[in-house]
Design a protein around this ligand. Structure first.
Ligand SMILES: [Zn+2]
Length: 201
């Protein structure tokens, strides 16, 4: 978990307190292209980025609330850590598998109609708990984006071994936490799709 600010670890008793500052998107960039990377074309794109980064850091981010326009379009979404909020009863804790301990971490995603783009603002980058150690086992973490799925299909056609496909995916996207199982699952999906395509009517 190198992504976490380690300054608190030297203080011993404050081990459980950490910051995930990686969500800050308004830093100084070296080039125009880099800046463009931090503006999102859609809410889905922004959420995908947030979820992937969160999982790579060992946290889970959920929607706290969202504001809709009259036509139903969500133009503002407030996101929180899944340990945010107050623990209410045993059932809700069981459903999510985590206890709510009022974690203050909060992000705000906003749509700008002027730019037709989404931006992300960090309200609080602080957590009152440790990261989850084995995010790789979480189903969300292993999801492939459409682009990644196409790449797996392409590389499979070229007879690239799954282990090498995984290495290529991770090289392209540092927040990719797929496992070999993800690649195997994608390959069997691809094969099934191929067979459907080949089967005589
Ligand atoms: Zn948290």
């Amino acid at each position: 978990m190198s992504g976490f600010n380690e300054e608190y670890n030297t203080m011993g008793e404050c081990d459980f307190f950490m910051r995930t500052s990686e969500f800050v998107t308004n830093r100084v960039f070296g080039s125009r292209e880099e800046l463009m990377d931090w503006v999102f074309g859609s809410r889905e794109e922004l959420m995908d980025w947030v979820h992937k980064l969160a999982y790579s850091l060992g946290i889970v981010i959920v929607t706290k609330r969202s504001n809709k326009r009259a036509d139903g379009f969500k133009h503002k979404v407030v996101l929180k850590c899944d340990r945010g909020g107050v623990y209410k009863n045993a059932d809700s804790s069981k459903a999510s598998g985590t206890k709510k301990i009022n974690c203050p971490f909060e992000l705000e995603a906003r749509y700008s109609s002027e730019d037709d783009a989404w931006t992300l603002k960090v309200i609080s980058d602080q957590h009152n708990h440790q990261p989850i150690q084995y995010m790789e086992g979480h189903p969300y973490a292993q999801r492939l984006s459409d682009e990644e799925f196409s790449l797996v299909a392409e590389l499979t056609k070229m007879n690239v071994p799954p282990r090498d496909i995984l290495a290529i995916l991770k090289k392209k996207n540092i927040s990719n936490v797929s496992s070999l199982r993800t690649i195997y699952n994608a390959r069997s999906k691809i094969r099934m799709a191929e067979q459907v395509g080949k089967s005589p009517m």
